[in-house]
Write a protein that binds this ligand. Structure first.
Ligand SMILES: [Zn+2]
Ligand SMILES: [Zn+2]
Length: 250
């Protein structure tokens, strides 16, 4: 079963020129799945044909930090006639449900449409840290280490999405293979303990289990020199940097 992946937002924290925050779109058979809904939702113009083919969109959230969530309100432009199912960690991983957190963000005083105003029909689901299904697609869930509970999401054997996490080589020793791994990279070497460095990933990732490994959630503070250095270290491990607008056949 083939699939297509669009990189719509490859930055973390905040957008910068040409780089929106976390958002990825996956089309597989009759499913259209979005991984996180950062400002990269604004790049959905890049996948307009795929949007036309589906009247339903499933949005999978790794966690609720705003750089992964704020684009839900942009969906109105692209999904107004669609049904959108939003899957977030919710209870018991968090004290409140996904619907509550999105409702807080899209409360009436801040966004006139409210938490159900960005599509024809919006449904909220809590996966609670457990595996779940989107139609026929199995989604495997693993807890990660971050400043708030965040979860690695693996879509069948197609792709593994690991963002907003510390990298631990031990946790990857028995990981399941997939055709692509999208893994966050925030820094070249040791630094912010809530995030991953390129050096740790190159040293500890069982690279051979993945067809392609792309670095995502780039630190917007990188200057060109720092970015080039991360790219050079990653390339030594057979790893590439993702960029907005990248389209990958899986
Ligand atoms: Zn983030
Ligand atoms: Zn985060």
């Amino acid at each position: 079963m083939g699939a297509t992946l669009w990189v719509l937002g490859s930055a973390g924290w905040m957008p910068r020129a040409g780089q929106e925050t976390s958002c990825f779109l996956l089309e597989v058979a009759d499913q259209l799945v979005m991984l996180d809904a950062g400002t990269g939702v604004a790049n959905l113009d890049l996948a307009v044909e795929a949007l036309r083919r589906h009247d339903r969109l499933s949005v999978l959230l790794s966690h609720y930090h705003l750089d992964h969530l704020v684009g839900l309100m942009y969906l109105k432009r692209f999904a107004e006639g669609k049904r959108v199912d939003v899957y977030g960690p919710g209870r018991p991983a968090y004290p409140k449900s996904t619907e509550d957190y999105v409702g807080d963000m899209l409360q009436g005083a801040l966004y006139s449409g409210g938490s159900r105003g960005f599509a024809r029909e919006v449904r909220y689901h809590d996966y609670g840290g457990q595996d779940f299904r989107v139609g026929d697609l199995p989604i495997s869930v693993r807890p990660q280490s971050h400043s708030a509970p965040s979860f690695e999401l693996r879509v069948g054997d197609l792709m593994t999405y690991a963002t907003d996490t510390t990298f631990s080589a031990v946790a990857w020793e028995d990981c399941a293979p997939s055709r692509a791994l999208l893994h966050e990279c925030w820094q070249l070497g040791a630094g912010d303990p809530r995030h991953t460095s390129a050096k740790a990933l190159v040293a500890g990732l069982p690279r051979e289990r993945f067809g392609k490994v792309l670095l995502i959630h780039h630190n917007p503070s990188w200057d060109d020199g720092q970015r080039a250095e991360v790219e050079r270290v990653a390339a030594r491990g057979g790893i590439e940097l993702a960029h907005d607008g990248m389209v990958i056949s899986l």
